[in-house]
Write a protein that binds this ligand. Structure first.
Ligand SMILES: [Zn+2]
Length: 346
């Protein structure tokens, strides 16, 4: 089983190594397809390219990606107004001005200060869920660092920042205790949360430990990739009873389409912002993608819910960063900015 999984994993790694040009070519070939699923593939490819363009500050790629997102998104009736605006601003060649403005404003802004202060978002309620806890350590990685410890530290930092920006924030746990998966979203529902964010760290077996690293965001949907299956299988195993409770596959029929689309957007905003903030201060920060997967911890949430894998705790360099307070802070600031951006646009 492990061998099959690692072969699958390598396959996924090879796929993710596709060049921008290759992905662009594939996306453009799918954009005019008659099948909805192919159009979705194109849309996802363009969004992936958009993220890459942001990280590499590649304006040409960003432009192509935005054109693709707008075109494929309109076909699928996805709200792409935010991307449309951005596309328009690129067309007006305002990029240089924007960069100067950003550089200036980042000099002035303190770390707890909001990117902007939009009206009406201050009364939002956010539930932060630090994965695992108590008898369930989650993944154990490099130097025996434990997932449950790292994710709680990041969750606490994120809470502090969001709180300072005026949001109402609750945590499913603020100490080392075990909480059943289903009680985590139940808690968020009870609090009438607008968003649910579950924080985790990824892991692979020893053989791949030095290869696999990067930040990933997941939202709940039918699993499409083998990578999503692998990660969700590992995150789900803590609470097998819950799987029976939800009747395995049947829950997928109860998924709320509006929340899936919203969660997809949230995942993109979180991924974008975290990568942006981290790569300003650290080298080799990797975008491992935004994906959908069948995560039980997200099941039952009555609000947009995402699961972030902050990095691979099995990767020597990334694990050292994950326990580093500066890295944790950058990550938390990135997530907070992503949340803010999400609320501005939705
Ligand atoms: Zn986990």
């Amino acid at each position: 089983m492990l061998r099959v999984l690692s072969v699958l994993f390598l396959l996924v790694l090879t796929l993710s190594a596709l060049s921008d040009k290759e992905i662009l070519k594939r996306a453009n070939s799918f954009i005019n397809a008659s099948k909805k699923s192919d159009q979705f593939r194109a849309y996802n490819d363009f969004k992936h390219l958009y993220l890459r363009a942001l990280i590499n500050e590649d304006t040409t790629l960003k432009y192509s990606a935005l054109v693709g997102i707008v075109k494929s998104g309109s076909k699928l009736h996805i709200d792409i107004s935010h991307y449309k605006k951005e596309l328009a601003s690129i067309a007006q060649k305002n990029i240089k001005k924007e960069r100067v403005f950003k550089a200036k404003s980042s000099l002035v802004s303190s770390k707890y200060q909001a990117v902007t202060s939009p009206r009406g978002v201050r009364n939002k309620i956010i539930v932060i869920d630090a994965g695992h806890g108590g008898k369930d350590p989650g993944a154990i990685g490099y130097k025996n660092y434990k997932e449950k410890v790292v994710v709680l530290q990041i969750a606490k930092r994120l809470k502090k920042i969001l709180h300072a920006r005026g949001y109402t924030v609750y945590m499913t746990r603020d100490s080392d205790k075990f909480i059943k998966l289903r009680n985590r979203t139940r808690f968020a529902n009870k609090k009438n949360a607008d968003l649910f964010i579950s924080i985790h760290a990824n892991a692979v077996d020893k053989k791949s430990a030095k290869k696999a690293y990067g930040l990933e965001c997941y939202f709940l949907d039918k699993s499409r990739s083998s990578r999503a299956k692998r990660v969700s299988a590992s995150e789900n195993k803590a609470d097998l009873k819950d799987m029976n409770f939800y009747g395995k596959e049947s829950f997928l029929n109860t998924l709320n389409t509006h929340n899936i689309v919203a969660a997809n957007k949230l995942a993109i905003d979180l991924q974008r912002s975290a990568l942006g903030t981290l790569s300003k201060r650290f080298k080799n920060v990797k975008d491992a993608g935004v994906r959908s997967g069948p995560f039980w911890v997200l099941v039952g949430a009555q609000m947009p819910a995402v699961l972030v894998e902050v990095g691979f705790i099995t990767h020597p360099r990334e694990a050292r960063r994950l326990v580093n307070s500066k890295y944790q802070d950058s990550m938390a600031i990135g997530f907070a900015n992503g949340i803010e951006r999400y609320f501005q646009n939705n």
